[in-house]
Write a protein that binds this ligand. Structure first.
Ligand code: ADP
Ligand code: MG
Ligand code: MG
Length: 888
């Protein structure tokens, strides 16, 4: 058995960047940096095997303890110090680090080894430093390892500070900190499960246990649940020599990005705090200072930039940042500490950025030759593109700005103000938009941020927790809105103008400008983004599958064209009937039994539909347009109210009783399994005939107007037999022929069917004798395959999944095993009959990257999704092509 201990330091690295699965991301990259000769404090990693052994018993086995002690002796030699003793005692950081990054969710404990002796030795030279280190170690160790409740200890500290009239701890002198520490120690001795460990070794082993145990802490579990991450993996632990950023005014701690994480601009970007330690920067307790003058200007900061205050350390940081980005071929997020003028690197990882920045960085790195175009395409999560297309506040709109802060995560949103994560969750469960307003956010707030539509904090910088999390979620966020005041208890946000905004009031958060405004402001479409256009061009050149849009109106068709759709994959024709005048005509068509009355209804409907289709086809000229005939259950169109009944009876010139009788005859127990889809077409033939005639006439009109052929497809919904398909084929062909008779011209068109029943999938070979294309309607197909009602499952599906009956909601994530199997069969059998068969997916699954990957594996021709998802689908299709090629 290997010891599971991996050392790194000057000229030594027992691991590298490729070992993240064993060493955790943080540990692997520390090794990599050490091997590159970068200034990393020496240390060692307890790997994932150690975690697995630890988990079995909840404690370290003796062999591992011995290995840790050995490694500590090595670290003492390496640093020329003694752990927890001597004149310049060695202190260590005990750091969590999982294979998948979980920023801030696991424990890291600093200043371990600060024994009485170490404290005395440090105090002899720098009393304030000794107390500052102790006031950090005490609560961290007590709450993580001794079972002391975080809130109890916080309250005790707050009470003490209040009694002494102190408001900021970090500004206090040594005697005050010493008194606070003595008070904290009393509380800890009283509340803790065990006394505070005396020896450095005891502290170390207690803390290692605690960091491992933080894997199963509340915070970490909630984060994993929210991110749909597995619980099983665990975390590695890094034990590393401390470097002190709290040594005075030539010392600091900070975070740097190799590129601006909001815009992607290629320049060093970040924040730092003088005379500080650990996560002071990211915790958002103090508002940090910028690294450069440019950042100072952008964030309206008046604090002196690091470049001026610590020029040598800054120059080293800039140089190492460039080295790291070139080495990892990805923008980096770097944690550093300056100890008495000397720069140390403590962490590097791929930077989390806004979607906009991510696109710009990928495109610029590919253009500069650092990565390939394929790599650039693979780096962007398709879902992120939606963020770039989100609307922003209309700059011309009048506004009452109630607070200004840092533009921490771009985009704009309006919603109801809430002050706690729980309220945000409750509101979002009701389908309403919540704006979470906090003084600062801690990792404990993460579930509230998931639920909120936007976030506003009074404190914290651009790298604070709130900002990092919001950016990765794509939620608009303003941080450090220092001119606002928040009273969580009372539920009031007081703006800079002194006016209150109360819980439930509407607030607009503009994370692009950093302005929070009272009320809901009008939004406009974002301007085009050059980097995005480049990336989409690459995606279009790379993808095999086409991406069409589901659009029902001329406006939607125009948006679809603008967003790069290759045509229309699904035009639902039912919405048109709900407009005034049309519904009554359709009702007469369904309910009359005299040919005359039906003819009258048709003369109303036909010209209207013709006008609809003409307007709809025009923006799509040159591209394929697939129109689906009427689909919903017939009862959805029948009159419901007494007044509507009376009006219709009068129009139809029959008695209300007769009308009621006719409606009752059409009543069904299971309308979704009754007279719907193509069954309407067979049972009420005039409806489809009218629609098809209108479509043909529109196509001919558009051809004349646009001087280009319309690539027309007519799709019949909900078929299950080849008989149905053949009947419609003959019928529509006859209509086309009659048009030639009337107008001398005949449209070119193709017949297709929507595959929404298992039988249709199974019988695709026969169906495709008449159908030239098939489109899988995965919503209905999922409903029919599971026998699960689309309209009712929402009420119980979460509960059902929680009870283990389903792994996920098949209406959200395509069920590849079952529904996908039917699709595979349909594609194979259909193509066996008709090798040039066009095969597609429409419905909401069509815009989902995983589904698109599956469609690529089936060799489908296109996917169709809502217009706003088209860019994401185009990128996902390119990624699917690349992945499919790699598989071969
Ligand atoms: P997280 O995963 O939450 O970022 P880290 O292990 O990176 O946790 O530690 C958090 C912070 O603690 C770091 O950003 C750094 O400021 C500080 N820190 C970590 N290791 C050391 C060290 N060896 N010396 C000084 N400070 C450290
Ligand atoms: Mg870190
Ligand atoms: Mg359907």
């Amino acid at each position: 058995m290997s010891t599971g201990v991996h050392r790194f330091g000057a000229g030594l690295a027992e691991g590298g960047a490729g070992d993240a699965a064993l060493l955790g991301g943080k540990g692997a990259n520390l090794c990599e940096m050490a091997a590159m000769g970068l200034p990393v404090p020496p240390g060692f990693i307890l790997d994932m095997d150690v975690f697995r052994r630890w988990r079995e018993t909840g404690t370290l086995d003796n062999a591992t303890r011995a290995a840790v002690s050995n490694a500590m002796r090595w670290l003492e030699r390496e640093t020329d110090r003694v752990f927890g003793a001597g004149e310049r005692p060695l202190l260590v950081a005990v750091r969590s680090g999982a294979p998948v990054s979980m920023p801030g969710m696991l424990d890291t404990i600093l200043n371990v080894g600060l024994t009485e002796a170490a404290h005395a030795a440090i105090a002899a030279r720098d009393p304030r430093l000794a107390e500052d280190c102790r006031r950090r170690l005490l609560p961290a160790l007590a709450t993580s390892a001794l079972g002391v409740d975080v809130d109890d200890l916080d309250d005790a500290v707050d009470d003490w500070l209040l009694a002494k009239g102190i408001d900021r701890i970090e500004a206090q002198d040594a005697p005050t900190l010493a008194a606070l520490n003595a008070h904290m120690l009393d509380v800890v001795e009283e509340e803790g499960d065990a006394p505070f460990p005396e020896t450095a070794e005891a502290q170390l082993f207690d803390v290692i246990d605690a960091v491992f145990a933080s894997w199963n802490g509340h915070r970490a579990r909630r984060y994993r649940a929210a991110q749909a991450m597995e619980d099983g993996t665990g975390t590695a632990v890094t034990v590393q020599a401390m470097v002190l950023g709290n040594l005075g005014d030539a010392s600091a701690t900070g975070v740097a990005f190799t590129r601006d994480p909001s815009t992607g601009a290629p320049r060093l970007y970040g924040e730092y705090l003088l005379d500080a330690q650990g996560d002071d920067v990211v915790a958002g307790i103090r508002t940090p200072a910028p690294l450069t003058e440019e950042d100072a200007a952008a964030t309206r900061s008046t604090m002196p930039p690091m470049r001026d205050v610590l020029p040598d350390a800054f120059a080293a940081l800039a140089a190492h940042a460039a080295t790291l980005e070139a080495h990892f071929r990805e923008a980096q997020d770097i944690e550093f500490t300056v100890e008495d003028g000397t720069l140390w690197l403590l962490q590097t990882r791929a930077a989390k950025t806004t979607a906009r920045a991510g696109v710009r960085i990928a495109v610029e790195m590919a253009t500069g030759g650092a990565i390939t175009r394929d790599e650039a395409l693979l780096r962007i999560a398709p879902g992120d593109l939606e963020q770039l297309l989100h609307p922003k506040v209309d700059p011309a709109a009048p506004r009452r700005v109630i607070a200004r802060g840092l533009p921490a995560s771009p985009g704009a949103v309006s919603g109801e103000v809430v002050f706690t994560p729980a309220e945000a969750e409750a509101l979002s469960a009701k389908g309403r938009a919540a704006i979470l307003v906090r003084v600062e956010t801690s990792p404990e707030d993460i579930h509230g941020m998931y639920a909120a539509a936007g976030v506003l904090t009074v404190r914290g910088g651009m790298t604070s927790h709130a900002a990092v999390v919001a950016r990765s979620l794509g939620k608009p966020c303003i941080c450090g809105a220092g001119d606002a005041r928040v009273d969580v208890q009372a539920g009031v946000l007081t703006g800079s103008d002194g006016k209150p905004v109360r819980r439930g009031d509407i607030l607009t958060v503009d994370g692009t400008s950093g302005e929070a405004m009272a009320g809901a402001l009008p939004m406009i479409e974002p301007e085009p983004d050059a980097a995005l256009a480049t990336l989409m061009g690459w995606a279009d050149a790379r993808r095999r599958m086409r991406v069409r849009a589901n659009a029902d109106t001329a406006e939607e068709a125009t948006v679809a064209r603008r967003l790069g759709a290759d045509g229309i994959g699904l035009c639902r024709t039912e919405h048109a009937f709900f407009q005034t005048g049309r519904l009554a005509a359709l009702q007469q068509l369904i309910l009359s039994d005299t040919p005359d009355a039906r003819r009258r209804a048709l003369t109303v409907l036909l010209p209207m539909q013709r006008a609809d289709f003409t307007a709809f086809m025009a923006p799509m000229h040159g591209l394929p347009v697939c129109i689906r005939l009427l689909d919903p259950p017939i009862h959805e169109f029948l009159p419901r109210t007494e007044a509507a009944l009376r009006d219709l009876a009068r129009d139809m010139d029959i008695s209300i009783t007769d009308l009621r009788g006719r409606i009752e005859e059409l009543g069904e127990f299971n309308p979704m399994l009754g007279r719907r889809g193509c069954r309407i077409g067979l049972l009420f033939p005039e409806i489809y005939d009218m629609q098809v005639r209108a479509i043909f006439q529109a196509a001919l009109a558009v051809e004349v107007e646009e001087e280009s052929a319309v690539d027309l497809e007519i799709m019949v919904p909900f078929v299950s037999t080849d008989r149905e398909t053949a009947l419609f084929g003959q019928r529509f062909e006859a209509i086309a022929a009659s048009l030639r008779h009337e107008s001398g011209r005949m449209p070119t068109w193709r017949l297709g069917v929507m595959i929404e029943t298992p039988r249709a999938a199974l019988r695709c070979d026969r169906i495709c004798e008449d159908a030239h294309f098939v489109s899988f309607g995965t919503n209905d197909l999922t409903q029919m395959t599971y026998g699960l009602s689309r309209d009712d499952t929402g009420r119980f599906i979460r509960d059902y999944i929680a009870r283990g009956g389903l792994a996920h909601d098949p209406f959200h994530q395509l069920d590849v095993e079952g529904v996908g199997e039917l699709m595979r069969i349909g594609v194979e059998r259909g193509r066996a009959t008709r090798p040039d068969l066009t095969v597609a997916v429409c419905g909401e699954h069509g815009g989902d990257a995983q589904t698109i990957r599956f469609c690529e594996s089936l060799g489908m021709d296109y996917v169709s999704c809502s217009p706003y998802r088209a860019p994401a689908a185009r990128l996902a299709a390119a990624q699917a092509t690349i992945a499919q090629e790699a598989e071969r």
